[in-house]
Design a protein around this ligand. Structure first.
Ligand SMILES: *[C@@H]1O[C@H](CO)[C@@H](O)[C@H](O)[C@H]1NC(C)=O
Ligand SMILES: *[C@@H]1O[C@H](CO)[C@@H](O)[C@H](O)[C@H]1NC(C)=O
Ligand SMILES: *[C@@H]1O[C@H](CO)[C@@H](O)[C@H](O)[C@H]1NC(C)=O
Length: 453
C-alpha cells in the first residue's frame, strides 16, 4: 500500500514562512443589494398551478415578481453598499443571524457567494459580488441571476437552497438546488433536488434536471459538485455529486440528461475519525464523501477522481472511465476500480479540496486545524499553506481558478454550537496565486508533468 509513504499533515507546523494566503474580502454579517422598492419590486398575487407547497395542498402562493429577468440594470445608479443601506423591502424575510455563507467561486469579475437556507430569513441563496469591488468589507451580495428567482416562497422554478457552485471551462455555472429548507425541527422539502446549469455569458438557465427520488435518501445532502468537461466538448459534460449524508455519488451526463448512483464502502464515515474540535467546541459528525477533485486528463483519455469523507482521514481515487460508464459505475462488485491512496493522518479531516491540474498540487480545507493544506497526489509530500486559529475557522470552500487558489472560511461551528458575534468579522475570502501560496512549503517547485497528447 502507498500508505507507508504518507506524511502526516498533523505534525507539520509551518516553520517556513511561506507567503500563504491574502485576505481579500471579509464580512461580519451578510447583507444584500436590496431591490428598489416600488420601482423594481411589484407585488402580485397569482396562482402558480405548478407550485405545491410542502403539504402538497396546492394552495396558491403569494408570488413576488420583479420586472426584468436579470440584475443587469438594477444597480447601475447605485455604488456598492448603497442598496444595502436602504434596508430590505417589507415583503422580504431577512434575518441576518441566519445568513451563513458556505460557498465561494470565481468567474471573470464575479465572486459567487452562496447562502444555503438552513434557517428562515435568507432572502437569496445564489449571489455574487464584483471581484474588483474597491470596498473589501461587508460588501452586499447581489442575487444571481435575479432577485426574482431567488425568493422563497416563490414559484416552483425558484432556487431554494444552494451550498456550493462549480464553474466549467465552457463559461457555465453548475449547482445543486437541494430543494430543502433545513430549519432544525422544521425541515421542509420544497422540491426534489435539482441540477441547474446557467450560461454565465447570458445569465440564462441552460438546463435543469431533477435528480430521481431513488437516487437520494431522506438523509441526503448534496452540498457540492465537480464538473468533468473540456472546452472542446462542452456538450459532453459530466457532473459528479457527492452525497455526504446518503453516502453515495451521483453521476450526471449532460448529453444524456440522465444520472446514476454509485455506491461504495469508501463513501462512508470512518468511525474513528468523526471527532471534531473547532473554535473551542467538541462535536461528532458523520459526514461521508464530501468533495471530489479531478486530475487532468490522463493518457487513457480519462481523469482520476480523488475523494474523501469529511469524517475521515483516508484519501481514495477512481478513474472517471468507471464513473462515466453506468454499467461499470453501478456494478455490485467493483473489484479494484476504487483505490485507497493513503491515510492523511490524525486531524486531517477535510471539507472542500481542489487540484491545481498543471502541477498536481492538491489543496485541502483542514477543518480540524483551521488551515489550508497542500499535498501532492500520493501524499508523499504534504504541508500547511496557512493556519490561523482566529481568522481561518472552518474553511468551507476551496477552489482553484486558473492559477489562483481561493479559500472561504465561515466560522460555522461557532454558529452551530456557540454564538456568532456579528460585530466581529466571521466570513472571509482568502486568495493567492498557487505558486505564491506554496512558496516556502514542501509543495513548492513541483514541475508540471509532461503530457503526451
Ligand atoms: C416551517 O418552515 C416553513 C418554511 O420552510 C415556514 O413556512 C413555517 O412557518 C415554519 N414553521 C414553524 C413552526 O416555524
Ligand atoms: C432534462 O431532464 C429533465 C427532467 O429532470 C426535463 O425536465 C428536461 O426537460 C430535460 N432537458 C432536456 C434538454 O432534455
Ligand atoms: C461500459 O462498460 C462495459 C463493460 O466493460 C462495456 O461493455 C460497454 O461497452 C461500456 N459502455 C460504453 C458506453 O463505453
Amino acid at each position: 500500500m502507498r500508505g507507508e509513504s504518507v506524511i502526516f499533515l498533523c505534525c507539520l507546523i509551518t516553520l517556513a514562512l511561506g507567503k500563504g494566503l491574502k485576505l481579500e474580502f471579509s464580512w461580519s454579517r451578510i447583507t444584500y443589494q436590496w431591490p428598489k422598492d416600488g420601482q423594481y419590486l411589484k407585488r402580485q398575487v397569482k396562482t402558480e398551478s405548478r407550485y405545491r407547497g410542502p403539504g402538497g395542498t396546492g394552495r396558491s402562493s403569494d408570488v413576488i415578481t420583479f420586472e426584468g429577468m436579470t440584475n443587469a440594470n438594477e444597480f447601475d445608479a447605485d455604488g456598492p453598499g448603497v442598496g444595502a443601506a436602504r434596508g430590505p423591502p417589507d415583503n422580504i424575510d431577512y434575518q441576518f443571524v441566519n445568513n451563513i455563507p458556505m460557498g465561494a467561486n470565481v468567474w471573470r469579475n464575479k465572486l459567487f457567494i452562496t447562502v444555503p437556507r438552513r434557517r428562515l430569513g435568507v432572502p437569496s441563496t445564489l449571489n455574487y459580488i464584483p471581484l474588483d469591488s474597491p470596498l473589501k468589507q461587508d460588501v452586499p451580495l447581489i442575487p444571481y441571476p435575479s432577485w426574482e428567482i431567488n425568493l422563497f416562497p416563490g414559484p416552483r422554478e425558484n432556487f431554494v437552497s444552494v451550498y456550493r457552485v462549480a464553474i466549467d471551462p465552457c463559461d457555465r455555472l453548475w449547482f445543486v438546488d437541494t430543494g430543502i429548507i433545513e430549519t432544525p425541527g422544521n425541515t421542509t422539502i420544497v422540491k426534489q433536488s435539482e441540477i441547474v446549469v446557467i450560461d454565465l455569458k447570458t445569465d440564462r438557465i441552460l438546463q435543469r434536471y431533477t435528480i430521481p427520488e431513488d437516487q437520494t435518501t431522506p438523509t441526503s445532502n448534496l452540498a457540492s459538485l465537480t464538473i468533468d468537461v473540456t472546452e472542446n466538448s462542452c456538450s459532453d459534460a459530466y457532473a459528479y455529486i457527492p452525497d455526504l449524508g446518503g453516502y453515495g455519488l451521483i453521476v450526471y451526463s449532460l448529453r444524456e440528461n440522465r444520472s446514476w448512483k454509485v455506491r461504495h464502502n469508501y463513501f462512508y464515515v470512518e468511525p474513528l475519525a468523526g471527532e471534531f474540535f473547532i473554535a473551542g467546541h467538541h462535536f461528532q459528525w458523520n459526514d461521508g464523501i464530501f468533495s471530489v477533485e479531478l486530475t487532468d486528463i490522463k493518457k487513457d483519455g480519462y481523469r482520476d477522481m480523488y475523494f474523501h469523507s469529511m469524517a475521515g482521514t483516508n484519501l481514495y481515487r477512481v478513474s472517471t472511465r468507471i464513473l462515466r460508464n453506468e454499467t461499470l459505475a453501478t456494478r455490485s462488485y467493483h473489484e479494484d476500480d476504487f483505490q485507497f491512496v493513503g491515510d492523511r493522518g490524525p486531524n486531517s479531516q477535510t471539507s472542500s479540496a481542489d487540484i491545481h491540474k498543471p502541477t498536481n498540487i492538491m489543496f485541502l480545507g483542514l477543518v480540524n486545524q483551521n488551515a489550508l493544506g497542500c499535498a501532492n497526489l500520493d501524499f508523499a509530500t504534504a504541508d500547511i499553506v496557512q493556519r490561523d486559529d482566529q481568522r481561518m475557522i472552518y474553511p468551507t470552500d476551496v477552489k482553484i481558478v486558473k492559477d489562483k487558489v481561493y479559500v472561504f472560511t465561515n466560522t460555522m461551528p461557532e454558529f452551530l454550537y456557540g454564538r456568532l458575534n456579528y460585530d466581529e468579522v466571521n466570513f472571509r475570502l482568502w486568495q493567492n496565486t498557487v505558486q505564491g501560496a506554496v512558496e516556502g512549503t514542501k509543495c513548492e517547485g513541483r514541475k508540471p508533468p509532461r503530457t503526451s497528447y
